[in-house]
Design a protein around this ligand. Structure first.
Ligand code: FES
Ligand SMILES: [Fe+2]
Length: 378
């Protein structure tokens, strides 16, 4: 067994969230939304990343831009909805910005006595953006690392491929829960809770645990040494991975209505460090879940559901997506009961986690966190 040397305080204290914001959320490429929701003129979406309000917008439906969603005048959010179609005009005093984030026009201009040279210098803070297939990533760092330093080339190719099967229609929901975001991350990576926590809803459907390619699989015949694990250095791309599990499902009524990804008898799951999991049942529909910290003991859940691309665009699958979303929400609610309980009872003097071999990914995660988030700071 492996005793984690991470203190319970990483789930309790503001100090650690500040560090995570600095070293993870405002430094890495963060999943921010789905490309195909930004394909019309003046489409936008807003997100909060590492506590920073961000708007991703397009004027022509082709080129995407990411800005801090705060007006240069008195810092009002320029877009206040989660999604929409609207030009970059601040609702407070109607300053408007062009596609490059430069101040274009000021309403009641005479009141400001703004010189042209002052006006020319006003621009929204812009962030780096990368589109991988249908996924949009934003990076808030001043000098963003190449996205290929965060995810392996293979992993990025796979994301680009699978997300190209998405239908353009989505269901989306968001809600808040009372626990640290890392509990959610660890729970999603921990397949061994499924038969106990999801007895009724989900547990019976998964036949095998994690399959995937050789290197992604923990084989029971491998001699596993806790001390070696403690010494090993973990590279960032190793924290993102892919796995499959066999599923036994009867064909669904929508099976032949969509362009399937992959294999009908597989459940697919991709983990994108730090806070995204996306999965597919039989390649017929997809769920994206993201866990965004709000405070040490609270996070916001984001869920997107889409089907694989409809073969006939006139066929309306909205009701199906809503039904799938409701079913997923029910499964998540089962986890939430446990994770709330975990958070409520954790305290500074509690012991650290004791991991077994199957949790080797959690061990690596902790190792990376210690060496990269805590190093030199605490
Ligand atoms: S705060 Fe935006 S125009 Fe005043
Ligand atoms: Fe679960």
């Amino acid at each position: 067994m492996f005793r984690s040397d991470l203190p319970p305080d990483i789930y309790l204290s503001e100090k650690y969230l500040d560090l995570e914001n600095k070293k993870i959320f405002r430094d890495m490429w963060m999943f921010a939304g789905v490309r195909s929701t930004l394909s019309s003129k003046s489409a936008f979406l807003t997100r909060t990343i590492g506590g920073v309000p961000v708007v991703i917008t397009t004027d022509d439906g082709v080129t995407l831009k990411a800005f801090e969603n705060l007006c240069a005048h008195r810092q009002m959010p320029i877009q206040s909805k989660a999604f929409g179609k609207r030009a970059l005009v601040c609702p407070y005093h109607a300053w408007s910005y062009d596609h490059h984030g430069c101040l274009r026009a000021v309403a009641s201009a005479e009141l400001y006595q703004m010189r042209q040279s002052e006006k020319d210098g006003i621009k929204l803070r812009e962030f780096a953006i990368e589109v991988i297939g249908n996924f949009v990533f934003v990076n808030l760092a001043d000098k963003p690392r190449p996205i290929g330093d965060q995810f392996s080339a293979e992993f990025l190719t796979q994301i680009a491929d699978v997300t190209s099967y998405f239908d353009p229609q989505y269901a989306y929901t968001t809600f808040e829960v009372d626990y640290n975001w890392k509990f959610n991350l660890e729970n999603v990576m921990d397949y061994n809770h499924i038969p106990f926590v999801h007895t009724q809803s989900f547990g019976g459907l998964i036949k095998r645990k994690e399959a995937a390619s050789e290197e992604n699989q923990f084989r029971e015949d491998v001699v596993w040494d806790a001390e070696e694990a403690r010494k090993a250095t973990v590279a960032l791309p190793e924290l993102s991975y892919y796995g499959t599990a066999e599923m036994s499902l009867k064909p669904r009524w929508y099976t032949d209505l969509v362009r399937r990804y992959g294999d009908r008898d597989l459940y697919y799951s991709w983990h994108l460090y730090p806070n995204v999991n996306f999965c597919s049942v039989a390649g017929e529909w997809f769920l994206i879940q993201q866990y965004e910290p709000i405070s040490p003991k609270r996070m916001r859940y984001h869920l997107w559901v889409t089907t694989a691309e409809r073969l006939n665009k006139k066929r309306d699958l909205t009701a199906l997506m809503v039904g799938l979303m409701q079913a997923e929400k029910k499964i998540i609610d089962e986890d939430v009961v446990f994770l709330n309980n975990l958070q409520r009872n954790l305290h500074t003097g509690a012991s650290s986690a004791l991991h077994g071999a199957y949790e080797y990914r959690l061990i690596r995660l902790g190792k990376w966190y210690r060496d990269n988030v805590l190093a030199g700071e605490v």
